[in-house]
Design a protein around this ligand. Structure first.
Ligand SMILES: *Cc1c(COP(=O)(O)O)cnc(C)c1O
Length: 386
C-alpha cells in the first residue's frame, strides 16, 4: 500500500460524514443499540463493535487502521501515551516466574517497569548489550518469554540486528517487542524482519507539534485482539477521540516533516563534526557511527535526534552552552516543530561532574523544522559563549 494512500485515504469513509475532508471527532463515550440482540452481540465481541469508547471508537479506528498499515501489521492499538503502550505490550506477554531479556538503557519508564513493578509479580529482567547477537543467545533462560528491543536507542542510538534477533526468538518461542520511536514505520519496519510487537510513542513524530501524547502498539490480529480484551480494556488508557484526531492530522504531514528533518540534520551533523568544541558525535547515519553499516541495512533513514560530547573541563561550561542558546529550547521530548537540547548533566548533582566521564558531557539535540542555518548560527554563538 502506498504511504500517500494510507495517510490520505485509508479508513476514511467520507460519504458517511458529508464528504468532509477532515474526519469527525466522535466524542461519545457510548453507543446506542436498537435491539437486545445487537447489544448481546456487542457484549460478546467488544473488539469488533462500538459499545463504549474505552474499547472501540470510530475516530480512533481511523487512526488505528492507518498506523497498522504503516507498520505493515494486521492491527494496532493506540494508547494515551507511549509508556502505556509499552506497559500493555509487556504485561500481555509475561506471567509470574517469567524472564525478560531487555537491551541496555531502554526508555526510562520501560526501565522503571522492569526494575520496580514487574519484580513485585515475580517477573525478572536481564539487561544486555544488544549490539551483538551472541549476547542475546547467552542471556536467554528456559523461562524467558519476552525480548525487549529499542533500535536505535534514543540517546546513544545503539542498534540491534532485528532479523537476527527475530529469528533467534522465533526458534526459542519467545515474543519480541521493539520500541521503534526513533525511526517511525517510515524509516524502519520491524514487523518485516519478524518482530512480533512494534511500539512507538506517537507523542514525538506522529503528533509532530508538541501538543498531544499517544502511543502505538502494532502486531498480528490475534495478539492485538488478546491485548484489547485484556490489558487495553483493563488499564483503560486508550487514546481519546480528540487526541486521535490530532494524530490523524499529524500523520498527514509526517513524510514531509521527516524529509525536512533528514536534510536539516545532515547540515547540523556537518557543522558539529567540524566544530572544535565537539569531541565526537553520535548519529546512526554518520559514517563514523560504529553500527553505520547495520543502520544503512535495516533503516531507510535517520533524522531528528543526535547526541554529541562537548569538550569542557567544568560543568559551568556545559551549562553556559545550554543557557546561551537563543532559539533552541531546553526541554524534554522531541519530534515536534521546535529544536531542543537536553544536557545529560541535568540528571546529576553538579558536585558529581567528572570531565573524564564522557556521559557527563553528553548533549542530546533534536533538530526541528526551523531553517538549519538558523539553528547552526544559534549553536555557533552558544559555543562561542562557553
Ligand atoms: C517519549 C518516548 C517514549 C514514551 O512515550 P510517551 O508518549 O512519552 O509515554 C518511549 N520511548 C521513547 C524512545 C521515547 O522517546
Amino acid at each position: 500500500m502506498d504511504i500517500s494512500y494510507i495517510i490520505n485515504e485509508l479508513a476514511e469513509e467520507r460519504e458517511n460524514y458529508f464528504n468532509a475532508v477532515a474526519p469527525p471527532i466522535i466524542q461519545s463515550s457510548n453507543f446506542v443499540f436498537n435491539t437486545v440482540s445487537d447489544m448481546r452481540n456487542a457484549f460478546a465481541d467488544e473488539y469488533s463493535t462500538y459499545l463504549y469508547s474505552r474499547g472501540k471508537n470510530p475516530t480512533v479506528d481511523i487512526l488505528r487502521r492507518k498506523l497498522a498499515a504503516l507498520d505493515g501489521t494486521e492491527d494496532c492499538l493506540v494508547f494515551n501515551s507511549g509508556a502505556a503502550a509499552i506497559f500493555a505490550g509487556v504485561l500481555a506477554n509475561v506471567k509470574a516466574g517469567d524472564h525478560i531479556v531487555s537491551v541496555d538503557k531502554p526508555y526510562t519508564w520501560a526501565q522503571k517497569m522492569f526494575n520496580d513493578i514487574l519484580p513485585r509479580f515475580g517477573v525478572t529482567t536481564s539487561y544486555i548489550d544488544g549490539t551483538s547477537i551472541e549476547n542475546f543467545e547467552r542471556a536467554i533462560l528456559p523461562n524467558t518469554t519476552l525480548i525487549y528491543l529499542e533500535s536505535p536507542n534514543s540517546w546513544d542510538y545503539a542498534l540491534q540486528d532485528l532479523k537476527a534477533v527475530a529469528d533467534l526468538a522465533r526458534s526459542e518461542n519467545i515474543v519480541t517487542i521493539i520500541d521503534n520511536s526513533y525511526c517511525t514505520p517510515l524509516y524502519q519496519k520491524p514487523a518485516d524482519y519478524g518482530i512480533d510487537l512494534v511500539m512507538q510513542t506517537a507523542t514525538k513524530y506522529i503528533s509532530g507539534h508538541s501538543d498531544t501524547l499517544g502511543g502505538v502498539l502494532s502486531g498480528s490480529s490475534k495478539m492485538i485482539e488478546r491485548i484489547f480484551n485484556s490489558e487495553y480494556m483493563n488499564i483503560g488508557s486508550g487514546i481519546q477521540p480528540f487526541n486521535a484526531w490530532l494524530l490523524i492530522r499529524g500523520l498527514r504531514t509526517l513524510p514531509a516533516r521527516l524529509d525536512r528533518l533528514t536534510n536539516s540534520i545532515k547540515k547540523v551533523v556537518n557543522f558539529l563534526n567540524q566544530h572544535p568544541r565537539v569531541e565526537s558525535l553520535l548519529f546512526p547515519f554518520d559514517e563514523k557511527f560504529p553500527q553505520y553499516e547495520l543502520a544503512k541495512k535495516q533503516m531507510k533513514g535517520a533524522c531528528g535526534l543526535l547526541s554529541f560530547y562537548i569538550r569542557a573541563n567544568h560543568i559551568a561550561e556545559v551549562e553556559k552552552f545550554c543557557e546561551s542558546l537563543e532559539h533552541i529550547f531546553m526541554a524534554v521530548s522531541w519530534g515536534g516543530h521546535e529544536s531542543l537540547v537536553i544536557p545529560k548533566c541535568s540528571g546529576i548533582a553538579p558536585a558529581d561532574f567528572d570531565r573524564n566521564n564522557k556521559e557527563h558531557r553528553m548533549i542530546r539535540l533534536y533538530v526541528g523544522l526551523e531553517e538549519p542555518e538558523y539553528l547552526i548560527r544559534d549553536l555557533s554563538q552558544a559555543f562561542d559563549k562557553m
